[in-house]
Design a binder for this molecule. Structure first.
Ligand code: OGA
Ligand code: MN
Length: 297
């Protein structure tokens, strides 16, 4: 089997075939790592990895972030443990709804994520795609004035904030990533630690740009996401069971697309930890604004 890389018709993304991720030799791994740095998102159709094999593949990229209940791999599913459809106001359902907004994983944690691996177990008949947007190309596409404006700016990132905007109010420590105090502050322009390319870094968890009034911050962040997540910088994947995807959270945003909640959608997620040398939050004495600013409800 020869490894084949098919670039997507977008500024990011490629589909890789002719490979079994459960049996990866070093030569294949080098090609995959190069492609990861070049394309930012890699789709591997029809891999059908076991949980262990998915975590092992993830570890090629680095240490795995411990998620809910300190697990290396967690379901992203609209069914509860008994397989029943989730009540749409439940914590888990509201977190899934949140995933439908453009974001980058673990930006609300003290160390943001390097990459995420997502695989499909059960796909809905229609909808439920995942989309990715290229924040390197988005930065490059800004005009000079905007590039200069965003370069020195930094925003706080909070899952409490982004979920509050959806009307999801949670208690302290309600789930993974709900950190009550001192949300991390992150630059709006992130330099990729491997490629050195600058990328916009923001998404639904970002709020409260230091030095701007709340409304102005919200307007700038909303405008940047809207501008950034447009063709040719967006690529989507329609899932089939067995597909595996990895994306680079340091330069790519993603979101889930809606689907009929009466149908099951079951995905498995593994997250690769960022390097504290490059993905730690900025040191700051600035106070984060209260969460919920700019909320519709
Ligand atoms: C994630 C995520 C989107 C999707 O796994 O981090 O945002 O399409 N998933 O399920
Ligand atoms: Mn996500």
């Amino acid at each position: 089997m020869a490894l084949h890389i098919e670039p997507a018709d977008a500024t990011l993304g490629a589909t890789i075939t002719g490979i079994d991720l459960a049996r990866l030799d070093d030569a294949d791994w080098r090609q995959i790592e190069d492609a990861f740095h070049q394309f930012g998102v890699l789709v591997f159709p029809s891999q059908h990895l076991t949980e262990t094999a998915q975590v092992t593949f993830g570890r090629r990229f680095g240490a795995v972030e411990q998620l809910v209940a300190k697990r290396d791999i967690v379901p992203i599913s609209n069914r509860d443990a008994e397989g029943e459809q989730l009540y749409d106001r439940s914590h888990q359902a509201l977190v899934l709804r949140g995933n439908e907004g453009w974001h980058t994983d673990s930006s609300y944690m003290p160390v943001s994520a390097k990459a995420s691996v997502l695989s499909c177990r059960i796909a809905p008949k229609r909808g439920g795609e995942t989309e990715w947007a290229d924040m390197r190309a988005a930065f490059d596409a800004l005009d000079d004035a905007m590039r200069e404006r965003v370069a020195p700016l930094a925003a706080f990132h909070s899952l409490y904030h982004s979920q509050a905007k959806l009307g999801h109010k949670v208690e302290a420590g309600a789930g993974y990533g709900f950190i009550a105090d001192a949300p991390p502050l992150r630059p709006l322009v992130k330099t990729h630690p491997f490629t050195g390319r600058p990328a916009l870094y923001m998404g639904r968890h970002a709020y409260g740009i230091v030095g701007l009034a709340a409304e102005e911050s919200e307007r700038l962040l909303t405008g940047l996401v809207e501008f950034a997540c447009q063709p040719p910088r967006v690529w989507g994947h329609r899932w089939a069971p067995g597909d595996v995807v990895i994306w680079d959270n340091r330069c790519v945003m993603h979101r889930a697309r809606p689907y009929d909640q009466r149908e099951p959608r079951v995905m498995m997620h593994t997250r690769i930890a960022g390097d504290p040398a490059t993905e730690a939050a900025l040191a700051t004495t600035e106070q984060a604004p209260p969460i919920g600013i700019g909320t519709a409800a």
